[in-house]
Write a protein that binds this ligand. Structure first.
Ligand code: HEC
Length: 140
């Protein structure tokens, strides 16, 4: 009998894990769920490249990583975060994430799928945008 009881929490935990994973795609469709994870100061001005990057970011990444890359609770992490500073995630790691997707390792939001239809220049502009946000928020 005690064996049977012990099994219940394990099964529940597994079910929650599965729900959390499928939540990524579902929550990304709803602009209302997933409040920001960090508070961001928006820089007064962006470089021309970063401005371009912001547009591309808002078309391709904002649904998960949130406005101003502040993350979305339950969906995806903030990119304005010490984890993603250049010394830890260099520009190439952004290119890789977009081209190949990301297997979840730092957070519990599930995997990031590859993002189709972006050139390396598009991603370089997104990186410029994210770096300027990081700078404005004292990340590096
Ligand atoms: C469907 C949701 C989704 C979309 C769309 C998305 N991401 Fe992600 N991204 C995630 C999640 C979730 C993670 C965290 C994975 C983990 O646990 O480390 C992540 C992680 C990352 C990382 C960290 C990579 C690493 O090596 O750890 C970068 C960089 C990134 N995303 C950039 C982008 C950019 C740029 C875009 C838009 C072109 C984008 N993401 C679009 C969900 C998304």
């Amino acid at each position: 009998m005690s064996l049977r009881r012990a099994a219940i929490p394990i099964v529940l935990t597994a079910a929650i894990g599965v729900t959390a994973h499928s939540h990524v795609a579902a929550a990304a469709d709803s602009a209302d769920s997933g409040p920001p994870i960090v508070t961001i100061s928006v820089p007064e001005a962006l470089s021309a490249q970063a401005e371009l990057g912001q547009k591309t970011y808002e078309a391709n990444c904002v649904s998960c990583h949130g406005r101003n890359a502040a993350g979305r609770d339950g969906v995806a992490p903030p990119l304005v975060h010490v984890l993603y500073e250049p010394g830890h995630h260099d520009d190439e790691s952004f290119q890789r994430a977009v081209a190949r997707g990301v297997r979840t390792h730092h957070w519990r939001f599930g995997d990031m799928p590859p993002v189709e239809g972006l050139t390396q220049d598009d991603v370089a502009a997104i990186v410029a945008y994210v770096r300027e946000l990081q700078r404005a928020n004292g990340i590096w």
